[in-house]
Design a protein around this ligand. Sequence first.
Ligand code: ADP
Ligand code: MG
Length: 234
Amino acid sequence: YNHRLQRAEKLKIISDLAASVAHEVRNPLQVTRGFLQLLSSRTESKDKPYFDLATNELDRAAEIITDFLTFAKPELDTIVQLDLIAEIKKIEAIMNPMAALHGGILEFSGEGDITIYGNSSKLKQALINIIKNSIEATGKDGVIKIEVLEDGKEAVVRIADNGQGMEESQIAKLGVPFFSTKTKGTGLGLMVTYRIVEVMKGTIKVSSTKGKGTEFTIRFPLAEPIPLPHQTNI
Ligand code: ADP
Ligand code: MG
């Protein structure tokens, strides 16, 4: 009981903070980023890495703010039919450079028409947070498999890595705000993922073995196919 109460209090504090601060902070970050890029383009090449570093750190700050904002307002603004495979291919393209930077690879499999209801940018955010963790959990020989398939009335997205894995006690804390084992971690990523999947009426399962790897299985209800308008020959 006590544990739950603490969690509820924490959640309330975070969402209040997020709603009031996030928007205000985002704008100056964007402006600063723009000027940095302008300066970088006028700067000698030996100094460019510093601009890149600064820009990356600004992006990191912006990501944290986006996570906070999603937490404060997880409702989907617009819900449309999503072509799940197309969405995940886009996400893979976004995450490939980060995987490459860590020396790992993303492997995608899945084909066909799998349609779910949801919001494209929220889905992106939810899955990117999982994939990012996988990349961070794996080293040079990291392989992150992303699989999309249909199972009965559900769409299944499976993200499996061969990274460091987790103990049972760690798995139990996933999605709890501020739970992080990383020095630069925020412990916000999966909390956001869990909320987004929840508002998209999906479920998440995690299985993990210390030293072997981790697998996230996300299930969404399939969208009912929209019947085509009846064709009449004139
Ligand atoms: P952060 O990444 O900022 O630490 P997250 O909410 O994204 O916060 O993740 C919380 C914690 O869950 C991580 O610090 C890590 O200990 C654990 N974790 C999540 N995904 C994985 C994974 N694929 N492999 C190993 N540990 C993971
Ligand atoms: Mg994370």
